[in-house]
Design a protein around this ligand. Structure first.
Ligand code: NCD
Length: 306
């Protein structure tokens, strides 16, 4: 069974194919409106979500399919102590494909061992978030026209930010990429990401605690929220949450064609005045999420049939 647990489960060529399909869906939505008739997507969300769950559901509905699921662990049998593997085995009998978000790293992989339908990781703890990365890649492609020779700045909570971990993995496969890692000391990129995707591949990178110092060389600035729910104590969160606040003033030294991305939700890290800047791509990015998820559902269901 083909699942999507880690973005590296997809080759760069397959990602190109998904992007092509997503762009075709955007242009000719009517061609796809019955593509998933009689198919059911289950969204099993053990953690809060707006964009990811709703864009998955909207994606399936626009493909002519149907959706069911739960949006909080407390309303499922998890509250009674059911394991993720039992839930996955049972729900497989009610649907054709499952998107799962869970606070524990590895939960979707565990689910995939007992599920008899494809499992999509919709975010597992502080680990990975591959469908956000597909959304991000579609955005980079549409905004910049290429993945090659880009300097990507990732800023904020690089430790717990699962979107950053998957994005760095995916981008590490393209020619001439460079990373600029901007975070407070305490929220630095974890070793499991830095070693395999940057150091082992010999990709040039720099680290900074100051966003202004590196702004002028970025082609993409990827801002992130400090992940409050992963902190062990509130004091640390309060001390670190406002480490970076992007304002029009700080953007003065940025390239004219730099794009500003954010997986959202934003808290304080991008001031609302930045929204008017044509370089602010984050709302367009959220919109892209629906179409790339449509392409992904089509691909996984097609492969499950084979
Ligand atoms: C992200 C997540 O859940 O990791 N949100 C999303 O899916 N767009 C980022 C975040 O919550 O900060």
């Amino acid at each position: 069974m083909r699942n999507l647990i880690n973005i590296m489960d997809l080759s760069a060529k397959e990602i190109d194919g998904l992007i092509e399909t997503a762009c075709d869906i955007m242009k000719f939505p009517e061609k796809y409106e019955r593509a998933c008739e009689h198919k059911i997507l289950a969204t099993l969300f053990y953690e809060p979500s707006t964009r990811t769950r709703l864009s998955f559901e909207s994606a399936m509905l626009s493909l002519g399919g149907q959706v069911l699921g739960f949006s909080e662990a407390n309303s499922s049998s998890a509250a009674k102590g059911e394991s993720v593997s039992d839930t996955a085995a049972i729900v497989s009998g009610y649907c054709d494909i499952i998107a799962m978000r869970h606070p524990k790293e590895g939960a979707p992989l565990v689910a995939a061992q007992t599920a008899s339908v494809p499992i999509i990781n919709a975010g597992d703890g502080g680990h990975y978030h591959p469908t956000q990365t597909l959304t991000d890649l579609l955005t980079v492609k549409r905004e910049k026209g290429t993945f090659d020779n880009l300097t990507i700045g990732v800023c904020g909570d690089l430790k717990f930010g699962r979107t950053v971990h998957s994005l760095i993995g995916a981008m590490s496969r393209y020619e001439g990429v460079r990373f600029v890692l901007i975070s407070p000391e305490e929220l630095k990129l974890p070793r499991f990401v830095k070693q395999q995707f940057i150091k082992d591949k010999g990709i040039p990178y720099e680290q900074s605690t100051q966003l202004e110092e590196v702004m002028d060389r970025l082609d993409v600035l990827y801002m992130t929220r400090v992940q409050r729910e992963r902190f062990f104590n509130e004091e640390d969160y309060l001390r670190l949450r406002d480490s970076y606040i992007l304002t029009p003033d700080k953007l003065k030294s940025a390239k004219e064609d730099m794009i500003i991305m954010h997986p959202l939700p934003r808290v304080n890290e991008i001031s609302v005045e930045v929204d008017k800047d044509p370089r602010a791509a984050y709302f367009r990015q959220a919109h892209n999420g629906k179409y790339i998820r449509m392409a992904l559902i089509l691909k996984l269901l097609e492969e499950a049939k084979a």
